[in-house]
Design a protein. Structure first.
Length: 256
């Protein structure tokens, strides 16, 4: 008769593997890579359309985020495509989606994820501690809470599809591939990087994660800028979400 799986050992092993590896990446050169991502130079190509199309797109997306969150991914993708079309840019070329080595991109994205994990984790811990110190409620996002409460794959699948596929694509298309180059055509590159990252953090409508997600967004801008393609940023985003889901599921199984 097979022995039952000891999820506590599996959870601890996963923690040791991922965060031990992340610490090694950070200490042995990763911090230099982080500084490179946070020191942007001007983009070779920017978006130069006027402010009103972007204001309209942000207003529509903000309304969707508050009133109808299920429409937000479609609104973000549509905004990116329409705004690029208004600037006479071709999305595939502008976002560097063609002639990519996906195997190389995946390896580099995994290394980038391990480099990013500790800084984002420490910021999340500091932000959560500040919330508790101020007596503010520290609750997970509603969608994440439903995911944690789900017990069957059919209940978890919609969240997993969104977290691993839909969100990384539409958020990178809009925040890194559209908003950042538009801001970079109007502002100094560091300001464009942090403003687009702040918008990315704010759209999640969750106070405790605003700071860590903003910094994560700034790293993603750096990855997009240095690679010249949205694909590595999408992969890092998807891997980050996948790691979060794995930690939550293994942690829940270990405590039950």
């Amino acid at each position: 008769m097979p022995h039952p799986v000891d999820f506590s050992i599996l959870f601890l092993g996963y923690l040791a593997l991922v965060f031990g590896g992340a610490l090694c990446f950070f200490l042995f050169g990763g911090w230099r890579q982080l500084l490179t991502w946070l020191q942007p130079t001007a983009l070779p190509t920017t978006l130069s359309f006027g402010p009103w199309p972007m204001i309209a797109a942000v207003a529509v997306m903000g309304s969707a985020a508050v009133l109808a969150p299920t429409l937000l991914p479609g609104a973000g993708l549509a905004a990116g495509m329409l705004l690029l079309s208004s600037s006479q840019s071709r999305p595939a070329e502008f976002w560097g989606l063609r002639q990519r080595n996906l195997g190389k991109d995946l390896r580099q994205s995994l290394a980038a994820l391990l480099t990013i994990l500790w800084p984002v984790l420490l910021l999340l811990f500091a932000s959560s501690s500040l919330y508790l110190a101020l007596g503010l409620p520290l609750q997970p996002q509603p969608a994440l809470l439903r995911f944690l409460e789900a017990r069957e794959l059919g209940q978890m699948l919609p969240f997993l599809i969104y977290a691993l596929i839909i969100a990384p694509i539409w958020e990178e298309v809009f925040f890194r591939g559209t908003l950042f180059p538009w801001l970079a055509g109007r502002l100094p590159a560091p300001q464009a990087q942090w403003l687009s990252a702040l918008a990315f953090g704010a759209v999640h409508l969750h106070g405790p994660t605003l700071i860590p997600l903003t910094v994560f967004g700034a790293f993603l801008v750096g990855i997009y800028r240095t690679s010249g393609s949205l694909i590595p940023a999408i992969l890092v985003h998807a891997l980050f979400n996948a790691n979060t889901c794995a930690l939550l599921l293994l942690g829940r199984a270990a405590t039950e």
